[in-house]
Design a binder for this molecule. Structure first.
Ligand SMILES: Nc1ncnc2c1ncn2[C@@H]1O[C@H](COP(=O)(O)OP(=O)(O)OP(=O)(O)O)[C@@H](O)[C@H]1O
Length: 290
């Protein structure tokens, strides 16, 4: 079992932006979801764990060793899929993977070939191995990203907003692959898409304004809201009447606005009880923030 402990971690950029403030987290094998809006600090946390930047304060311990004192203790076991990959060289996928494997220190060409072929199979890219990555669709690129991250058999995988821009089928396939990987290693999945976390992540944290505002198992957090979520489709009159309850969210359903509120009992005015979901958890946790 692998363990990552983040202790009182803060990051202030030279321009004064406090991207992370006193983050404390303990993460072990399985999929860990890091949920937060754009600018919440997810990438800052991922980059700090990946030792691409140093924190202003605090420490990160990986399997008993401080990664600040000894960055190699995590680097040699790290698979990282950043948000932006940048430009791909115009060489075949299998050649590119071979270059990356060399950079990761896999010296034996036989080992590299074996690992690369196994990963190409696992990510369904074997038949495309002669094509260059820049010709791939978004989903194929992300699967390539996973293949390169898995080279060298990492113990910890960091995946930053991987499903943005994927169609539903590719997104599913990609998330299933990640969850398979999560059976043996730590997978930290950063996302602003609530559905990516639900059902896949055993544990999660909600990040807002550089702070952790809620942590726990997604299913348990949803269960805690049982019996407290009510919904209503707004009529013309409603739009002028403020509700006593705080509105968690509103969305258009077939052209009509549907709102969800949290309340201890059925509110007056045509509300119906609803099953809580992870979005309710997220909006409840973040609604009092500015
Ligand atoms: N290198 C940097 N220098 C200065 N400020 C930065 C830097 N990188 C990020 N920030 C700021 O730090 C805050 C957190 O950014 P970060 O990229 O970590 O958030 P995020 O949750 O990953 O958002 P996104 O999904 O948009 O990438 C933002 O206010 C951002 O503008």
């Amino acid at each position: 079992m692998n363990n990552l402990t983040i202790k009182q971690l803060s990051k202030t950029y030279p321009n004064g932006v406090k991207a992370l403030q006193d983050i404390n987290l303990t993460i072990s094998n399985g999929m860990f979801g890091l949920l937060g809006a754009n600018g919440a600090g997810k990438s800052s946390l991922m980059r700090t764990i990946a030792t691409l930047q140093t924190p202003t304060a605090g420490d990160i311990i990986f399997n008993g060793q401080s990664i600040l004192e000894d960055p190699v203790c995590i680097r040699q076991f790290l698979g990282y899929l950043p948000q932006e990959f940048g430009v791909y060289p115009k060489i075949s996928t299998e050649k590119l993977l071979d270059h990356i494997a060399v950079l990761k220190g896999i010296v034996s060409s036989k080992d590299r070939k074996e690992q690369i072929n196994a990963l190409l199979e696992r990510t369904n890219l074997y038949q495309h191995r002669k094509k260059a990555v820049h010709t791939f669709s978004g989903g194929m690129r992300q699967r390539f990203g996973i293949a390169q991250a898995l080279l060298g058999q990492p113990k910890i995988m960091i995946v930053d907003e991987p499903t943005a821009g994927l169609d539903p089928q590719e997104r599913n396939r990609f998330l299933n692959l990640l969850s398979e990987i999560g059976e043996q290693v730590i997978v930290i999945l950063s996302t602003h898409i609530v559905e990516d976390v639900l059902g896949l992540c055993t544990d999660m944290a909600i990040l807002a304004n550089g702070q952790i505002i809620k942590t726990g198992a997604p299913a348990r957090m949803v269960a805690e809201l049982e019996g407290q979520i009510y919904t209503k489709t707004l009529t013309k009159e409603d739009t002028h009447t403020p509700f006593a309850e705080k509105v968690l969210s509103s969305r258009l359903v077939a052209g009509q606005t549907q709102i969800r509120v949290k309340a201890n009992q059925l509110p007056e005015g045509g509300f119906e009880k609803a099953n809580p979901n992870l979005e309710d958890v997220y909006f409840e946790a973040t609604q009092n923030l500015n």
